[in-house]
Design a protein around this ligand. Sequence first.
Ligand SMILES: [Zn+2]
Length: 178
Amino acid sequence: MDGSHEDDEGGGFLRVTHPDATTNSDHHWMHQALALAERAQREDNEIPVGALVVDADGELIGEGWNRNIADHDPSAHAEIVAMRRAGHSLGNHRLVGCTLYVTLEPCAMCAMAAVHARIARVVFGAFDPKTGAAGSVFDLLSDARHNHRVEVVGGVLGDQAGAMLTAYFRAKRGKVAG
Ligand SMILES: [Zn+2]
């Protein structure tokens, strides 16, 4: 996520890939991730992206939101924060059988972290036509050259996630313009 959403209004947010693969629990968890995204903006004035990890038994084992600005950490995307916490809670750097929910299509860094973590499924909200690495720009999660491939479902509650991002960048722009 690099703040390049400024001119994305109306573009790309409403597609759903593999709509038949979504479940009721996907919507439940995406609502939770959207609440985390809202906290990113409200509590830290960060780009509103939220993420969480659910294990194979359906237990929440890690959650997070963007912490780049607050932590002075270029790698602190919501997905990284959530996967790091999930690793701690499992006591394992491999998140086998887990699903990563995130409100915005993962970037290349986060997609590769999910591959390294052996995440089973990634469910994301809004598409990111500028930097998305789950099919929009790169397709790292399902690249046949990896030993591990991740099932991907995109566009779950993507309109809500996209609206939140659009509003965030619109407000930023308004402030800059004075
Ligand atoms: Zn990322």
